[in-house]
Design a protein around this ligand. Sequence first.
Ligand code: BTN
Length: 248
Amino acid sequence: MNIVDSPRIIKIPETTSTSSYLREYLLEHPLPEGSVVMADFQTAGRGQLGNSWESDAGQNLLFSTFISPGVVPANRQFIISRIAALSVREALSRYVEDITIKWPNDIYWKEKKICGMLIENDLTGASIYRSILGIGINVNQEVFRSDAPNPVSLKQITGITYDIEEILHQFLQRFYGYYLDLLQGKEEKISHTYMERLFRRSGYHPFREDGRLFEACIYAIEPTGHLILEEKSGKRTRYAFKEVSFVL
Ligand code: BTN
């Protein structure tokens, strides 16, 4: 990480999407790695697989940050998801218990989704030259109206209204720490901690693959991010994101 210039925090009232804003901003203005764009409201918040991201104005933490790791080969890019997910999990665990990482990088409280992230990696040759991480944490919103299956906010859990920026700083402190670990080659440590923090880490649980419903346990997660499930018969299958889903 560039430790000469401190990362900047750019706050804006409204944009289409903080990730799109950050990408365009970087075309004109170089920023130190780890800088953040946060917005009170997004008119076109983007979720995974082309979905939209619901958030009432001023109620939630909506931000994007970026890193330029250089050292991460494209086929190991999942390490970036791991450090982002671990950082959110630890930040939220200061406020409530039972926060886990649902593979690949949703953050859950119990059986409900409290945070989603969209990671866009820009490649040069076989390495990542820049990764833009867009993160939405449900903080103070009391009602969700979209058809997202199981959203929850910190306030719905505890009844308390939270300082949104404080949560951002809790995240950043951990994220910069994990990013230094990544740059220092501590991939093993990161991957191990990620495994320990997974949703439904132990035991057999129901999954769905196309129409097939089956029970399996999480056997491993590869550096590429593929999930390996093991069924009671001992059969192991490797899945990319969206080839299999947890049955909630
Ligand atoms: C998901 O579908 O789970 C990912 C949601 C990511 C939402 C965040 S909000 C801040 C950033 N800007 C966006 O447009 N999307 C991400």
